[in-house]
Design a protein around this ligand. Structure first.
Ligand code: GDP
Ligand code: IMO
Ligand code: MG
Length: 439
């Protein structure tokens, strides 16, 4: 029995999808536990690319069971479209391969409308959400006015839920945001149809996972977003609306903390961010442009250009602490090829003080100046490298400095988007099973 949680250590898009797809070769089950189709996880297999928003990134491995936990917010239309796209990709999804928690909350049309209307009204101060209705759906969950997957399976219950909630939603939409109200009968008809189509996939994920653990299966938990987009621990309010940290793998899937054996952090070799919010090491010059162009840094969900900057180790140090990271996968090292000098921020200087971590107050963070260490760059194309020893010495020095500052080992180094473009130093599942036996 071994379980591994994969977590983004920065502001998302670290390459979680690629690593999850790679590690699925060792997993029996892959589980999403938070977020929704704000996520965009890119897999490149045999030169073919697919972006998944809701389906766990293990789905391309035949025989792996993919589970969408109670902590995820599900847009049923997007899920059904994704299943169709997977079919075109040659992957047929059956209820034996995909399970959606009956407890997962459903993104309704008014959630999407409210998300977009609210952002438009905010103007300059907007968060830069993905506009997928994520925040409003989680709000309804906590307000106890949400719709869950099992509600879609019963007309009477769904009608009752909508009658209770639509009066207020429509008041906000029409009187506050100047939008057309949504019509109950239309929503009811559309969502009952989604319910009918998804019914074979809806079950209790917690029980399934418990059974998998009892039968010594290997389970991979796939985080979405990144640690600094966490609603509690991130750069609030420029965050998403769920807990993205490893602890939420338990709540969002329905397991206890003793079920987790290894937490793997994914760290991009530089930093990116989509949407608004502070970014101390951001580069708006030619170097940032190099990262965006060579790294293909355009949002997988919205297509927006990602903001790019130097690696910020205060950000990653926070992630080590907040997630209890046991090892690190570094991704996109190949993108730094060709830059003559490299920098990484190791601390901040803020109003005469030296800080090791991000302060909670955004205005203070905005006044922080990164303290940089400088490194030589390298010219060698890394995409064919498969052993640590074969990396150029400058790349090894860069990685060794990261490891010295963070105090945790690398288990994986990724040198390209493809599954095979990877240096595996230690198998996270082996590390997990060693831990599992000593639990
Ligand atoms: P996720 O949201 O964390 O799964 O990451 P995304 O898929 O949104 O963004 C990561 C992007 O980088 C995708 O286009 C991946 O195909 C790509 N990628 C992942 N690892 C590497 C790598 O090591 N090198 C390069 N060049 N691209 C990578
Ligand atoms: P993956 O899983 C990068 C960002 C949005 C916005 C903020 C809130 O691919 O790493 P939301 O729609 O969640 O209310 O938007 O969070 N955001 C992401 N940024 N990668 C993601 O997911 C993201 N999911 C949300 O850009 O700033
Ligand atoms: Mg992404």
């Amino acid at each position: 029995m071994s379980t591994v949680v994969v977590i983004g250590t920065q502001w998302g898009d670290e390459g979680k999808g690629k690593v999850v797809d790679l590690l699925t070769a060792r997993a029996d089950c892959v589980v999403r536990f938070q977020g929704g189709n704000n996520a965009g996880h890119t897999l490149v297999v045999g030169g073919r690319k697919i972006i998944l928003h809701l389906t766990p990134s293990g789905i391309l491995h035949p025989g792996t069971v993919c589970l969408i936990g109670n902590g995820v917010v599900v847009d049923p239309k997007v899920l059904l479209e994704e299943l169709e796209r997977l079919k075109d990709f040659g992957v047929l999804i059956t209820p034996e391969r995909l399970v959606v928690s009956a407890y997962a909350h459903v993104i309704m049309p008014y959630h999407r409308l409210l998300d977009v209307a609210r952002e438009n009204r905010k103007g300059q101060g907007r968060i830069g959400t993905t506009g997928r209705g994520i925040g409003p759906c989680y709000e309804d969950k906590v307000a106890r006015t949400g719709v869950r997957m099992h509600h879609l399976l019963n007309e009477k219950t769904l009608r009752h839920r909508l009658e209770e909630t639509l009066e207020e939603k429509n008041f906000m939409l029409s009187h506050y945001y100047g939008q057309a109200p949504v019509i109950l009968e239309n929503v009811l008809k559309e969502y009952l149809d989604y319910g009918r189509r998804l019914a074979p996939f809806v079950a209790d994920v917690s029980t399934r996972l418990h059974e998998a653990l009892q039968s010594q299966k290997a389970i991979l938990f796939e985080g979405a977003q990144g640690t600094h987009l966490d609603v509690d621990h991130g750069t609030y309010p420029f965050v998403t609306s769920s807990n993205t940290v490893a602890g939420n793998a338990c709540c969002g899937a329905g397991l206890g903390p003793t079920a987790i054996h290894h937490v793997l952090g994914i760290m991009k070799a530089y930093t990116t961010r989509v949407g608004g919010g502070p970014f101390p090491t951001e580069l708006t010059d030619q170097i940032g442009e190099h990262m965006r162009t060579c790294g293909g840094e355009f949002g997988s969900t919205t297509g927006r250009p990602r903001r790019c900057g130097w690696l910020d180790l205060s950000v990653v140090k926070d992630a080590v602490r907040l997630n209890g990271l046991a090892s690190l996968a570094v991704t996109k090292l190949d993108v730094l090829t060709g830059l003559p000098r490299l920098r990484m921020a190791v601390q901040y200087r803020c109003q005469g003080n030296v800080l090791d971590r991000l302060p909670p107050e955004l205005d203070r963070l905005e006044q922080c100046d990164p303290v940089y260490e400088d490194f030589d760059g390298w010219e060698q194309d890394l995409r064919q490298v498969r052993r640590f020893e074969d990396l150029p010495s400058a790349a090894r020095r860069y990685l060794e400095a990261v490891q010295d500052h963070l105090g945790i080992p690398f288990s994986i180094i990724s040198v390209g988007p493809g599954r095979e473009q990877t240096i595996v130093l230690q198998d996270p599942f082996r590390l997990a099973s060693e831990r599992g036996f000593s639990n």
